[in-house]
Design a protein. Structure first.
Length: 207
């Protein structure tokens, strides 16, 4: 379910301290029935076990395959266009109490790298010629007294080209990618008990 931007900006997330120059692209909620305040690590472990980008519906895999092919042809994803190439990593902006050993490490089965992970939020990032993108995950109480997962996409488009690119992919995100991602992430929570060692580790595969 899509949410207003205020559902992200009004919460005291640490991400606000290091992303004042990013804009909110999307805020999304995912149902996690029965979740309590301490279940965020279990949610992240379930997302890791769900397989990242490698286990999506065929239409989503096709869209990503087309995107990576275009990136290869036009050089959008070259290392010099990414984090620590065209843009600085958010890890370089972290205050001392947010700096962790896993910062800057690849997130399995995704093009993202880790920024930080706390008991109720985490952030990962990617960059290419089109955009610098932050995926922020938060753990939030809902009206039923349980907790649910929230995702905010924070972006800094790369000039006019980046803004046009974000506008072009918006219908695909809302009509195909986000609905598929919602089904996958909510199913990951429901199946979390099947995963051996849930809750271990410090990285996640939320895409």
């Amino acid at each position: 379910m899509r949410l207003p931007d205020a559902e992200h900006t009004a919460r005291p997330w640490r991400i606000h301290e290091i992303t004042p120059d990013f804009r909110i692209e999307d805020v999304w909620a995912y149902r996690t029935p029965g979740a309590g305040p301490d279940d965020f690590p279990a949610m992240l472990a379930a997302l890791r076990a769900a397989g990242g980008l490698n286990e999506n519906p065929a239409v989503v895999r096709f869209l990503f395959a087309v995107r990576w092919k275009l990136g290869a042809v036009f050089g959008w994803d070259r290392p010099d266009e990414g984090v620590k190439g065209r843009v600085e990593s958010l890890c370089d902006r972290l205050p001392p109490d947010l700096r962790q050993d896993a910062a800057g490490e690849p997130v399995s089965n995704t093009p993202f790298t880790m920024v930080y992970e706390l008991r109720d939020e985490c952030a990962i990032e990617l960059a290419n010629r089109t955009v610098h993108d932050i995926c922020h995950l938060g753990w939030v109480p809902n009206n039923d007294g349980e907790y649910e997962l929230r995702m905010a996409a924070l972006v800094k488009p790369n000039g006019l080209f980046g803004r046009l690119y974000m506008a072009a992919i918006k219908p695909f995100r809302y009509l195909i990618v986000y609905p598929a991602m919602t089904r996958k992430w909510e199913r990951a929570w429901l199946n979390r008990d099947r995963y051996t060692g849930a809750g271990a580790g410090t990285t996640t595969s939320p895409a």
